[in-house]
Write a new protein. Structure first.
Length: 256
């Protein structure tokens, strides 16, 4: 496809979309996107604009938002088992898929302070599929053990939970999570990365394949959707992101 080179955000959106549509995973009929998350939102719109019959509930959508009472309705839907997939990140993420949104150091986070747990523990426990997403991939984010657990990747026997992490996507790589083993496995590396660079940037241990695949580029069809219909859906809610990644502002000015 001619035109601008592939942006990292476009590759990440296509990668998340591929995980959403994973045929080996339970179907994602209703997907929710919580806090300001333009790349997961782009992935969801890419899935929908590709013709897949998914319902999207985007908490920060400025107009046409299905939630009249915000997060309370999202939690109600999740508790009823009516949300199939959610996205979570963390100031820290460890090798057992625990996330920390509280802060570093002793409780209650006496070092660096993070935004707070909010509904992360509930969503992680009650959603059948969770994709962990964090653009920064460094030893300070991907740690051996989180300082504080906002939401656990695993639960003790007898503790009810509907699901756990499906995968972790970062700005460098894709990891799959095996809840039976409580361990990640490296699945692919983004352009410019290799086994050594990912290992050096990751604070937890994980499995890796004998031959590490490259994360696929978005297809020409996916790029056309991202730069057209997906951008048009997102520009009201994420104008700065759309201008930076898709050149939306320039296109709008040119038409004026």
């Amino acid at each position: 496809m001619s035109g601008p080179e592939i942006k990292p955000e476009e590759r990440l959106a296509a990668t998340l979309a591929r995980l959403i549509l994973d045929p080996a995973a339970p179907p994602a009929r209703h997907i929710a996107v919580g806090a300001a998350s333009p790349i997961p939102a782009a992935a969801c719109w890419l899935v929908k604009k590709s013709g897949h019959p998914v319902r999207l509930s985007l908490l920060h959508k400025r107009s046409g938002n299905p939630f009249t009472e915000g997060s309370r309705e999202l939690f109600d839907l999740t508790g009823q088992g009516r949300i199939d997939l959610f996205f979570l990140g963390g100031g820290q993420i460890d090798g057992q898929a625990n996330i920390n949104l509280i802060g570093t150091g002793e409780w209650p986070g006496t070092g660096a302070r993070f935004p707070g747990s909010f509904g992360s523990a509930f969503m992680y426990m009650m959603t059948p599929r969770t994709i962990l997403f964090r653009e920064e991939h460094s030893p300070r984010v991907l740690v051996e053990k989180v300082d504080n657990i906002s939401a656990p990747g695993l639960s003790a026997p007898g503790v009810f939970r509907r699901g756990t992490a499906q995968a972790l996507v970062t700005g460098r790589a894709v990891f799959r999570f095996d809840p039976a083993r409580g361990r990640f496995a490296l699945e692919s590396a983004h352009p410019g990365e290799d086994v050594a660079s990912i290992r050096a940037a990751t604070g937890f241990d994980y499995d890796e394949p004998a031959h590490l695949p490259a994360t696929p580029d978005p297809t020409p069809e996916q790029l056309a959707l991202l730069r057209g219909p997906v951008r048009d859906e997102m520009i009201e809610t994420y104008p700065e992101f759309c201008a930076r990644v898709f050149g939306a502002a320039e296109k709008k000015d040119a038409a004026a």
